[in-house]
Design a binder for this molecule. Structure first.
Ligand SMILES: [Fe+2]
Length: 152
């Protein structure tokens, strides 16, 4: 078994897809659909469109539901807290972080949250990470894992 995709509901599909397409070099649009099963309509009323983007072996399913308002769970409830992407070099970590700031202050994208990306932190095993929010306020981590730690 292997992981297949992360599904992200957004209030602004175009804003979200455009941001992901710019933030992740090499990301591609695999397919989109605007017709759904009755089960999907029951689970996700007023869904209008779903887009699959893929970067490396990570797929995102972005979808929008018309007229549905969103709020975020407080930090003390059980929920996915963040997903983490591993990059091959420490320089990649820096590049992604700088790109995050470039896009955040480009004026092109609407961000639901005002929080900035964190500094890069290095833990006792020399694993380096920073944390950031996407345009929807969903938290992600970007990490560099040194070679000697990768088999763990
Ligand atoms: Fe993490």
């Amino acid at each position: 078994m292997r992981f297949h995709h992360v599904a992200i509901e957004t209030v602004d599909l175009a804003n979200t897809v455009n941001w992901y397409l710019t933030f992740f070099p090499g990301i591609r649009l695999n397919w989109e659909q605007d017709q759904f099963s009755s089960l999907t309509h029951e689970r996700l009323p007023r869904i209008t469109k779903l887009v699959e983007l893929q970067v490396s072996n990570i797929r995102f399913h972005f979808f929008e539901r018309i007229g549905v308002t969103h709020s975020h769970p407080p930090r003390n409830v059980t929920a996915f807290q963040h997903f983490c992407f591993q990059v091959p070099t420490p320089q990649d970590l820096n590049s992604y972080r700088l790109r995050w700031f470039d896009l955040r202050y480009s004026g092109i994208y609407n961000f639901t949250h005002d929080e900035t990306a964190t500094d890069i932190v290095v833990d006792q095993n020399a694993v380096a990470s920073f944390y950031f929010l996407d345009v929807n306020g969903l938290e992600f981590e970007m990490t560099y894992v040194p070679e000697e730690m990768r088999a763990c």
